[in-house]
Design a protein around this ligand. Structure first.
Ligand SMILES: Cc1cc2nc3c(=O)[nH]c(=O)nc-3n(C[C@H](O)[C@H](O)[C@H](O)COP(=O)(O)OP(=O)(O)OC[C@H]3O[C@@H](n4cnc5c(N)ncnc54)[C@H](O)[C@@H]3O)c2cc1C
Length: 431
């Protein structure tokens, strides 16, 4: 039997679940489908290995969807300060300030209570599943993946693993970076694999929950600290954090293979002295890093959002923040189509979605690369002065600051001059 909906959202990750909730709030009949079952969030358990830095804009969006109070009840960690600096050692180290080009943001300077929150992905996803399920017009189908999409002139039919058939006007592919629906739509990607990978580790440290997140740039890649919640009564005086170590795959493979005490000792040695004393490592996992952009955001009745449309270097943690912006934009476009009495998959509307989102997503991709290049270079500052001239060297801290503000979601847009600089990054024209 075929069930009828307005929209099928394939993939109930953070982005798909948010979009389904928003559409449900607007009365659309939505099927939200995921091949996995609900993420488990047992209280007192070790954190999810996957965490995200959610910007103030994402917080506003999640509040509007009604998910934020549930997330706060499960555990979110505000950060009030954010620091990035160049940790490259150079021959003139003794003569130069300890942290050349350090950029620090403090919420107090911006008149805000916090800059953002570090949240475990399973918490955001679970809260969004609950918000989606509370919408009378949303049907959540979990543990049942999409296997096929049949596109027709009047509607599309989404076929699930158990042969359930879901008819709709519009299929939203929110099924992540390796999107099968993108393939089913015949949409290709442009992709650049970075030489580095990211090793993420959930650790406990001695001390209270920190209110700072930081990232130190080494020539081999950044090393980052993201604070999480208190470890609770079972480990008094300790807190959880997520560490990210970007490096060559071979280095990370060696680190992953170390036993826990050796791993902790190596991290303690290799990370900056700002890292508190570590007491325990829970999970460790490494992720390949790629800049990937779909060649089209829509084809026929299938439209892409979130990681299905784009993945960026996670070094400033903006992936899901961009996905939430896609979701808000697409929701507005779908509402306009309904108001105008149109088919929800009318090509002009889907083209308008792409016209709004592609340049913004591309800009953030390029800012990540610019950010990366501005911080991780091996060039000693005097060499820079000689080669670039004093003016350019003086402009560098300014550029770092501007790019960092944008990349961290503190500033809405890049200044025009830096935007032009970003457009000159190798590979920029293919995006
Ligand atoms: C190391 C690392 C650190 C990161 N840190 C940050 C950060 O600090 N801040 C940030 O904003 N972003 C960060 N990101 C990026 C962020 O994790 C992603 O942008 C985000 O998870 C994308 O969400 P999504 O909902 O689009 O896709 P996903 O989270 O990939 O969700 C896709 C969903 O689709 C489901 N699915 C897949 N195939 C099917 C199918 N055939 N049928 C049905 N369901 C299907 C999956 O089960 C899954 O639930 C990081 C990424 C990495 C690798």
């Amino acid at each position: 039997m075929t069930q009828e909906f307005d929209v099928v959202v394939a993939g109930a990750g953070m982005v798909g679940a948010a979009l389904a909730t928003g559409l449900g709030q607007n009365g659309f009949r939505v099927a939200l489908v995921d091949r996995e079952t609900a993420p488990d969030v047992a209280s007192g358990s070790a954190p999810d290995i996957r965490v995200s830095a959610l910007s103030a804009g994402s917080e506003r969006y999640l509040r509007s969807l009604g998910a934020w109070p549930e997330m706060a009840a499960m555990g979110i960690t505000p950060y009030r300060r954010l620091a990035v600096w160049d940790q490259t050692s150079h021959p003139l180290g003794a003569l130069l300030p300890r942290r050349l080009g350090e950029v620090v943001f403090d919420a107090a300077d911006l008149g805000a209570s916090h800059l953002g929150h570090i949240v475990e992905n399973r918490i955001t996803q679970r809260a969004l599943w609950q918000s989606a399920a509370q919408q009378p017009s949303v049907t959540l189908l979990s543990g049942n993946g999409v296997t096929a999409v049949e596109q027709g002139s009047e509607q599309a039919v989404v076929v699930l693993e158990d042969n359930t058939r879901l008819a709709c006007q519009l299929v939203i592919a929110a099924d992540g970076a390796t999107s099968r629906l993108r393939d089913m739509a015949g949409i290709g990607v442009s992709r650049d694999q970075y030489g580095q990978q990211a090793l993420v580790a959930s650790v406990r440290y001695r001390g209270p929950v920190e209110d700072i997140t930081w990232q130190a740039f080494h020539p081999s890649g950044p090393r980052a600290f993201l604070p999480l919640h208190s470890a609770g009564p079972s480990h008094p005086g300790e807190s959880w954090a997520s560490l990210v170590w970007y490096d060559a795959p071979a280095t990370l493979a060696r680190l992953k293979a170390l036993d826990a005490p050796s791993f902790l000792a190596e991290v303690q040695r290799a990370f900056p002295a700002d890292l508190p004393a570590l007491t325990h490592v829970d999970a460790r996992a490494s992720f390949p890093i790629a800049r990937q952009h779909a060649r089209d955001y829509a084809r026929g009745r299938i439209v892409l959002v979130g990681d299905a449309a784009h993945t960026i270097n996670p070094l400033a943690g903006q992936g899901v923040n961009l996905g939430f912006q896609d979701a808000q934009c697409l929701q507005a476009i779908i509402r306009e189509a309904r108001r105008a009495g149109e088919d929800l998959a009318v090509p002009q509307r889907l083209a308008a979605y792409e016209q709004q989102r592609r340049p913004a997503n591309r800009r953030m991709m390029l800012a990540m690369d610019l950010f990366y290049h501005l911080f991780s270079n091996r060039i000693p500052p005097l060499h820079l002065l000689r080669n670039l001239g004093l003016g350019a060297a003086r402009a560098l801290p300014f550029a770092r600051n501007q790019v960092a503000r944008y990349a961290m979601g503190i500033e809405e847009d890049l200044p025009p001059l830096i935007r032009q600089l970003a457009a000159r990054i190798p590979g920029a024209s293919h995006l």
